[in-house]
Design a protein around this ligand. Structure first.
Ligand SMILES: Nc1ncnc2c1ncn2[C@@H]1O[C@H](COP(=O)(O)OP(=O)(O)OP(=O)(O)O)[C@@H](O)[C@H]1O
Length: 260
């Protein structure tokens, strides 16, 4: 038997996704390796968010499997699914912060749920540490309404990191951010991956993020309803088919992407 740490943290095997009788994608096959930054990309409506929902066990496959560290979400009961979900952190597009709580309380709430044995002072200290990790040292007592969009994303990231996840899922990190905040967030995600050794799975269509920090990416196509390519973004740009090249060389980032 292979050792647990030799198994890819995420394996997608012959996955079909559907809403009722409406097929969204089929025949998806890929593995995400430990410590890699993996991007799910593709045009609007191709099924990126739907795939993310499958990877975090919120939606059951119409066919095929999603294995997290070798375990199938849907082979067990609700309780075993929840245990699996504890191994990862999720940053949704909205950041999902509670507006009536300070940043420290927002992070503390998650730590408290996962580690009920800790004392309140220990929880608050740990929450302050997580905020410092994302560059928000000293902002513990601020409310979400008092900070910028970029800082909200960072606080959301601190929440996702609250439970020392082995895998971090991030949905459209750049949504609603200006290019500089977006670049800073990308750099933070890269630094966190390097320091924590976590595996990062990101949904994004932002070329600077894709070329700046992704090790590999999967490209979903809405028309054929399947993955058209899998690989390092630069390789895909150089050797992918016309749809892929068109997607990866949009707008003003075209020059930047191919030259960097
Ligand atoms: N709950 C739902 N019920 C039925 N159809 C849905 C549901 N959610 C999404 N869809 C449809 O599934 C398809 C894929 O949606 P999804 O949100 O996964 O795409 P996406 O690639 O993330 O899109 P975008 O880039 O625009 O966010 C779309 O056609 C969408 O209309």
């Amino acid at each position: 038997m292979s050792r647990p740490d030799s198994i890819a943290p995420i394996i997608v095997r012959d996955l079909s996704m559907a809403y009722g009788s409406r097929l969204i994608q089929q025949g998806l096959n890929f593995e995400i390796q430990r410590g890699e930054i993996f991007v799910i990309m593709g045009g609007s409506g191709c099924g990126k968010s739907t795939l993310l929902r499958h990877l975090i066990g919120l939606q059951a496959p119409a066919k095929g499997q999603v294995l997290i560290q070798g375990q199938d979400f849907w082979a067990g009961d609700e309780a075993s699914r929840r245990l699996l979900q504890r191994r990862f952190g999720v940053l949704f597009q909205s950041g999902a912060l509670w507006s009536s709580m300070t940043l420290n309380e927002n992070v503390s709430l998650i730590i408290e749920q996962h580690c009920p044995e800790l004392k309140p002072a220990e929880i608050a200290e740990l929450a302050a540490f997580k905020l410092a990790l994302v560059g928000l040292r000293g902002f513990d007592d601020y409310y979400p309404s008092e900070i910028s969009g970029g800082m909200k994303k960072r606080a959301g990231l601190a929440r996702a990191l609250a439970v020392d996840p082995q895998i971090l899922f991030i949905d459209e990190p750049s949504a609603g951010l200006d290019p500089i905040s977006s670049k800073n967030l990308d750099e933070l995600i890269l630094a966190l991956r390097d320091s924590l050794g976590a595996t990062v799975v990101m949904v994004t269509h932002e070329l600077p993020s894709i070329f700046g920090i992704a090790d590999r990416a999967v490209f979903l196509d809405a028309k054929t309803k399947t993955q058209l390519a899998l690989g390092a973004p630069r390789e895909l740009l150089a050797h992918g088919g016309p749809q892929l090249r068109e997607f990866l060389s949009r707008g003003e980032t075209e020059m930047e992407a191919s030259k960097a």
